[in-house]
Design a protein around this ligand. Sequence first.
Ligand code: APR
Length: 256
Amino acid sequence: MAGAGISTPSGIPDFRSPGSGLYSNLQQYDLPYPEAIFELTFFFHNPKPFFALTKELYPGRYRPNITHYFLRLLHDKGLLLRLYTQNIDGLERAGIPASKLVEAHGTFASATCMVCRRSFPGEDFRADVMADRLPRCPVCTGVVKPDVVFFGEPLPERFWLHTVDFPLADLLLVLGTSLEVEPFASLSEAVRSSVPRLLINRDLVGPFVSCPRGRDVAQLGDVVGSVKRLVKLLGWMEEMQDLVQRETEKLDAWGT
Ligand code: APR
């Protein structure tokens, strides 16, 4: 289970860290309250703040960090049952196939017209977003919104894979999330009581505080340092360095 805390080392602010979190830095948008930027009623009233934020977060500007590559390594080693992420930055796609990924709060990779409901590749509207133009449906001229899940919107159908995955899991990793948003947060309690849960986060959160279990482990502090410590304990440091080097060379070649 992953949250915005795994992407802060890539330069993307999380939501709730005091001072640096997105929700502490939205004054310029004149919102009634921070979360309004992800609420449909406000979006229909004024979509500009959301698209101004989208311009900041649009995929392609940031690179995965060691945390993303650790998750990729788990997959390469056949150890990853599924990665459930709340993040919309798409950085988990660094080598984890779509079949293994659940983007529970949606994605910028696709977009939907708010009037005729037609679906489009998100890439079709990159130029509009970067030029501060409201993305418009080429068919009905309605406003097109990236398929990022707003508060009150249904989660993607793939989210319901959790009903099969979590009872099957024999280890749960929770990385870089405050576990404050439902229904995602409750997944942390959906594994069997005998299953170890490892929290890698700056601080203890959610059920790791409110109802801890006997086999919970928390590695607190910066996620990069924590992941490096875990990779070293696992004896995967060399493989990790090779992977990061290969992927970095690929991104350099693509000019990302
Ligand atoms: N190292 C370790 N922990 C970190 C780091 C870091 N470098 N950076 C941030 N964190 C921790 C924070 O301390 C916090 O506990 O990651 C967590 C991030 O929490 P949030 O900012 O609340 O992000 P997230 O849990 O992903 O938010 C969930 O809220 O607004 C909605 O849809 C939005 O998906 C988002 C959801």
